[in-house]
Design a protein around this ligand. Structure first.
Ligand SMILES: [Zn+2]
Length: 736
């Protein structure tokens, strides 16, 4: 076979290639073609402005050519193409026409124009991620081309928040959009809100333990489902959906997502559809799939009679996680399967999930995936490009047409920090490209990304860096207790012991590849990007090393902490300790108790109040030398609730007082006690110094009483001295 190919190739090469025709757009920095959007059409004007902007940035040309010469027309034709699809055509000489199947389609056509003919790349959020090559001339090959997305929902989500603007402004450039072709989410509780039908139709609500349960606050949106066999519930569902579709011709999708939690109806008609005997699915939930889908089928049948293009989503999770065998699902219904498919790195979990996946693929025409990426919430970003590519290809083959992943790569993250440095490299870029077309070779996309980001010579090194990270996440973490612990829906990011799988030289190897990237990067923006990634890595390395070091210092024996750092007996007052309170009533709570301390000495007193969150006394210390601290304080509760928690915490800040990252926080909780007790906390200093140590004495979980704190002392162990001691003891041992 190979031989024949070799023989044929020269013949093909020898054939004359027809000269390609081109339409001139910019020549010598001057506009050669006119941009002609349909006037007064907002979407056409906006798409035209995208092209105009990037032509100007690339060539400096103002697009002011007269419309009687070569021109680029922009138009929308609904119905002919997919609403997100577009076409480049050349209906006559010197005319290029960009046709969008809808406003989105036209915009994507304009973006394709910029990427394909100008070479623009939107590598990552923010100005540094934007690549616009300089050209003197730009022309377009006269060659028809059309395209449309393979996945109809393409969303790596980041809910609106001011701090997340960088990412939220970027994702439309990658053709990501909030789900609008498939409505997703819990919805039955909204459709049948008790305020709507509670009084008039109590029979719409579930019969539980022989009683109608009409939901009341605070359980309005959890733990109840409508009585799904009630003909009124079915008829109202159909009416609601059809009314909404009639009112809005662009709306043809609806979510039938059940209420979160359980609370399924126990009336005879409903229970007749439950498995007998009851079956628990592999998530431990009573199986309600056949019952729930019977209702969904009835609604879909009626809606589709009027609106054949309708798409209604149904949840495949919790009690309805597994598809019922042999069930005929109405083709308008789209199951939404929730799972963190990073779990697929484990063969056993993958096998189980594929069984679940296949149960749905066997009965549904289209499937939606709900996933959990959250890359940047892990201290080492979970960047797994090849894993992602395999996942999306397999998903597409299994009928997945909608992809929604919880993400939030930048900005304020709940329970985490305010992350402003992009640590994901090509991850999101690749995700959006493959969601558009999963049949593309990810290596081609990645090579282009790395080359554009840092230049030809540095590209292999930057690539190596992200592959080291992928190797860690896909081949190493599987052996950790962390991975074993989180075997359910998603892999939890609030504990960081996945780092147990780090090889000792891992961080040095990463640092080396990034140093090489910086050395070899092209001048200008490429160099800047290389430095940016290196800087981001150093930031994260600091967190990782801190986390690992801080775990071991807790075991250091007390006798090592010989150097006094700070002492306070609170005998004369509370000094520079400042009151801190999260939220709640603003009232004074930090006091000096003249004789409430040990042996009648002075003490610091923190008082509880009604409706107050945690209250603390804080002091901040500048730290310049690498060291480990031992913080000791005595405490005593006075008239507090039994469940109150006294605790001592240490955190690290920059010079502006901003917390570095949750990885730097540590604390120790004390037992509530009316007698004096002691708390001791040991913590390391970060690698990047100087830094600022924030020490807090806290009170939590009580509505009354107070806690007295006394004899706070901080001692330290200088790391250099420890090193010297270690060397001395090894030398001694060798001498023996
Ligand atoms: Zn019922």
């Amino acid at each position: 076979m190979k031989k024949i190919l070799f023989l044929l190739l020269p013949i093909f090469l020898a054939l004359p290639v027809p000269a390609e025709e081109f339409l001139p757009v910019v020549l010598g920095g001057k506009a050669a073609a006119a941009l002609c959007p349909v006037p007064d059409d907002r979407a056409c004007l906006e798409s035209s402005m995208i092209i105009e902007k990037y032509l100007y940035l690339s060539t400096g040309a103002q697009m002011d050519a007269p419309a009687n010469g070569p021109r680029i027309e922009l138009e929308i034709r609904k119905g002919e193409l997919d609403v997100e699809g577009f076409r480049f055509s050349f209906p006559e000489k010197n005319v290029m026409r960009i046709t969008g199947g809808g406003p989105q389609g036209l915009k994507y056509g304009a973006l394709e124009f910029c990427e394909r003919f100008i070479g623009v790349r939107f590598l990552f959020p923010g100005p540094l991620g934007e690549h616009v090559p300089k050209h003197g001339d730009i022309s377009v090959p006269v060659k028809e081309f059309s395209d449309a997305p393979k996945f109809l929902t393409r969303m790596l989500s980041s809910f609106p928040h001011r701090s997340r603007m960088l990412y939220n402004n970027w994702l439309p450039l990658l053709r990501g959009a909030n789900p609008w072709r498939l409505a997703i989410g819990h919805n039955l509780s909204k459709m049948f809100a008790p305020a709507k039908y509670g009084k008039t139709h109590p029979e719409y609500y579930p019969l539980i333990s022989g009683k109608r349960r009409i939901p009341k606050p605070p359980l309005l949106n959890v733990h109840w489902q409508p009585c799904l066999t009630n003909p009124g519930v079915i008829a109202e569902s159909v009416r609601m959906i059809c009314d909404a579709f009639a009112a809005n011709p662009d709306l043809r999708t609806w979510s039938l997502g059940q209420t979160d939690g359980s609370g399924w109806c126990e009336c005879p008609d409903c229970t007749a559809l439950y498995p007998k005997p009851e079956v628990r699915n592999r998530f431990g939930s009573l199986d309600r799939s056949r019952y729930y889908l019977t209702y969904c089928n009835k609604v879909a049948e009626a809606v589709a009679r009027k609106y054949p293009e309708a798409k209604l989503s149904v949840f495949a999770y919790n009690n309805t996680a597994i598809a019922p065998r042999g069930f005929k699902l109405h083709p308008a219904l789209v199951p939404v399967i929730t799972y963190d498919r990073m779990n697929w790195t484990d063969p056993e979990r993958r096998k189980l999930d594929m069984e679940r996946q296949n149960s749905w693929s066997a009965i549904a025409k289209e499937i939606c995936w709900w996933d959990y990426f959250f890359t940047n919430r892990y201290i080492l970003p979970r960047v797994v490009c090849h894993h992602l590519a395999r996942q999306l290809r397999e998903g597409y083959a299994a009928g997945v047409r909608h992809m929604y992943a919880e993400y939030i790569p930048l900005g304020v993250m709940q329970g985490c920090s305010n992350e402003q440095s992009w640590g994901d490299g090509p991850f999101a870029y690749l995700a959006y490209k493959l969601l558009w077309d999963p049949h593309q070779d990810e290596n081609v996309i990645l090579d282009d990304w790395y080359r554009t980001a840092v230049g030809e010579k540095a590209a292999p090194h930057l690539r190596k860096y992200f592959e080291l990270i992928e190797d860690f996440w896909t081949r190493r973490v599987q052996k950790t207790a962390w991975f074993a612990r989180y075997c359910r829906t998603y892999l939890v990011w609030t504990t960081h012991d996945y780092l147990d799988a780090l090889e000792p030289d891992f961080l040095d190897r990463c640092a080396k590849t990034l140093d090489r990237t910086c050395e070899l990067a092209d001048e200008g923006k490429c160099r800047e990007r290389a430095e940016y990634f290196r800087q981001g890595f150093r930031l994260r390395r600091n967190r990782i090393e801190y986390f690992l070091a801080n775990r071991t210092v807790r075991r250091y024996p007390d006798r090592l902490f010989t150097e006094p750092f700070f002492d306070d007996g609170f005998d004369k007052g509370v000094g520079a300790w400042l009151p801190r309170q999260g939220s709640g009533k603003k009232e004074e709570f930090l006091f000096h108790s003249a004789n409430g301390g040990i042996d009648g000495s002075g003490a610091l007193e923190l008082r509880y109040g009604e409706n107050s969150s945690d209250r603390s006394a804080e002091k901040i210390f500048r730290v310049e030398k690498k060291s480990v601290f031992r913080i000791e304080v005595f405490y005593r509760c006075e008239g507090t609730d039994q469940k109150c928690i006294p605790y001592l915490s240490a955190d690290w800040c920059d010079e502006k007082g901003e917390r570095l990252h949750p990885a730097f926080y540590s604390d120790i909780h004390g037992k509530p006690s009316e007698k004096w007790r002691k708390m001791v906390l040991k913590c390391a200093a970060p690698t990047n110094l100087p830094a600022y140590l924030s020490v807090r004495m806290n009170i939590s979980r009580s509505k009354k009483g107070s806690i007295l704190y006394d004899r706070l002392s901080i001692t330290r162990l200088l790391e250099e001295r420890r090193e010297q001691k270690k060397q001395a003891s090894t030398l001694q041992k060798k001498g023996k």
